[in-house]
Design a protein around this ligand. Structure first.
Ligand SMILES: Cc1cc2nc3c(=O)[nH]c(=O)nc-3n(C[C@H](O)[C@H](O)[C@H](O)COP(=O)(O)OP(=O)(O)OC[C@H]3O[C@@H](n4cnc5c(N)ncnc54)[C@H](O)[C@@H]3O)c2cc1C
Length: 466
């Protein structure tokens, strides 16, 4: 008899949520975690610490520049970076301890050590001291997540050339920060250090920021970030980084060809993406199929080996915590004999800059490429009363609806609080709703969310306040 019904390898948002849901459904569950704390990338070195620093640095920036217009005269704020980092660490600690508590509450067995799959139903756990034990189980869920992707020719030392992990714990504010990659992580961490006083230059290979997000939204966001003081070098490739004890020199070249230039920096942040992490997991020996590093799964999270499943960053789809969580819940329900399911068309994505950028569903570029006839409804925050009162008038809401049926196919928000407001569109789309459904739904006044309703009304040219 196997000891467990389910062993989950990895306790990031995919793994820990899967374990809890499976335990709720009556399965005998164990987790294997190689790190000292639970919660994976997200809780330890990702979503949570970055948001703690984003919030704190936004307040610092506002105290320095934003209060005067409200009639609040304060002396220039003084940065206590050590305290800001303490706040970040306390936030992380509270979250990872929360997961440990939930494991106990749900009677989940925790094995500390590196998990290796010996075959269907068998996981070997190697503890830090080298001791090994084999755990028997009916099913295995791989939730080993992702790691920083290296940039060829650039060595990350986490001191001068840092990944997101190093950028979350700089001991001093760099005078000059070069960010390689204008994706979500680069823009978020670039924003943190710009607000705290760094001069930030973002170098991006593509001719736009935020690849994959709606082009119009990305363009407007870039304008706002430039106004805030970030410099962008788009369609530019990094050809090398040399370091000394005090800093780095980044060599860049236009993608289209041309002269090489150099930028001096105290710190260089490499944020060019993440790779699925399966090191030492024994996939090859166990016969589990992978494609470009990702574990291959079917629509029900099953790998090619019976009894072995995979979820989260290590499989296809967007590398987002909530995508992994939903997959964790779905596979737990499937293993308990239910019908777990993830709707990949309604997974929101948020960039936690100021203003925030949030989206769900299709972009205009995707609809055009697919030949779908669609209508656009847009509403700017400049025309929203609450935004004026809050001095948060940058940005707009945009709805994309099917031209024939009016079903909402995508929604994109650039604006303060976009990451909260997007869920109106997420719920609407989950229920197959139309722009008219949202347009006819009463919204409290005065709220930023009224702009969401107005954008939905604008699909049929019925917005009131513009
Ligand atoms: C700076 C940064 C900011 C981010 N911000 C956001 C955000 O705001 N919102 C968002 O949705 N996403 C964000 N992400 C992405 C998010 O962190 C990931 O999508 C998410 O953590 C993936 O969850 P996961 O469970 O698949 O894997 P992970 O969180 O990567 O967890 C995998 C776990 O598996 C463990 N593990 C790996 N191999 C083994 C093994 N062989 N044995 C035992 N244990 C093992 C690891 O130690 C780790 O604990 C951010 C990422 C970064 C780096």
């Amino acid at each position: 008899m196997p000891t467990h019904d389910l062993v989950v390898i990895g306790t990031g948002p995919g793994g820990y949520v899967c374990a809890i849901r499976a335990a709720q459904l009556g399965l005998n569950v164990a987790v294997v975690e190689k790190n000292a704390t639970y919660g994976g990338t997200c809780l330890n070195i990702g979503c949570i610490p970055s948001k703690a620093l984003l919030h704190a640095s936004e307040l610092f920036d506002e105290a320095g520049h934003g209060f005067k217009a409200f009639g609040i005269e304060v002396p220039a704020p003084v940065l206590n970076l050590a305290q800001m980092m303490k706040h970040k660490q306390e936030t992380v600690d509270a979250n990872v301890q929360g997961v440990a508590f939930l494991f106990k509450k749900n009677k989940i067995t925790a094995y500390r050590g590196r998990g290796k799959i010996l075959g269907a139903g068998k996981v070997e756990v190697t503890a830090d001291d080298g001791s090994k034990q084999t755990v028997d189980t009916k099913s295995i869920v791989i939730a080993t997540g992702s790691d920083v992707a290296q940039l060829p020719g650039v060595t990350i030392d986490e001191k001068i050339v840092v990944s997101s992990t190093g950028a979350l714990e700089l001991a001093v504010v760099p005078k000059k920060l070069v960010v390689i990659g204008a994706g979500v992580i680069g823009l978020e961490l670039g924003s943190v250090w710009r607000r705290l006083g760094a001069e930030v230059t973002v170098v991006e290979f593509l001719d736009r920021i935020l690849p994959g997000m709606d082009g119009e939204v990305a363009k407007q966001a870039q304008r706002l970030f430039t106004r805030q003081g970030m410099e962008f070098k788009l369609a530019t490739k990094v050809t090398g980084v040399t370091t000394s004890t005090t800093g780095a020199v980044v060599s860049i070249e236009p993608v289209a060809g041309g002269e090489t230039q150099t930028i001096a920096a105290d710190i260089v942040l490499v944020s060019t993406g993440r790779r699925p992490y399966t090191d030492g997991l024994g996939l090859e020996e166990a016969g589990v199929g992978t494609e470009r590093g990702r574990v291959v799964i079917d629509d029900h999270f099953a790998t090619n080996v019976p009894g072995i499943y995979a979820i989260g960053d290590v499989v296809r789809g967007p590398m987002l915590a909530h995508k992994g969580e939903d997959e964790g819940i779905a596979i737990a329900e499937i293993l308990a004999g239910q019908h777990g399911h993830v709707n990949y068309d309604t997974i929101p994505a948020v960039v936690y800059t100021y203003p925030e950028i949030a989206s769900v569903g299709k972009t205009e570029e995707e609809l055009k490429a697919a030949g779908v006839a669609y209508k656009v409804g847009k509403f700017p925050f400049t025309a929203n009363g609450r935004a004026r009162a809050n001095r948060t008038t940058e940005g707009f809401v945009k709805f994309l609806a099917d031209a024939t049926t009016d079903r909402v196919l995508g929604a994109h928000i650039l604006g303060a609080g976009a990451g909260e407001m997007i869920h109106e569109a997420v719920v609407l789309m989950e229920f197959g709703g139309s722009s008219e459904d949202l347009g006819r739904t009463c919204h409290a006044h005065p709220t930023m969310s009224e702009a969401v309703r107005e954008a939905a009304l604008a699909v049929e040219g019925r917005a009131i306040h513009i």
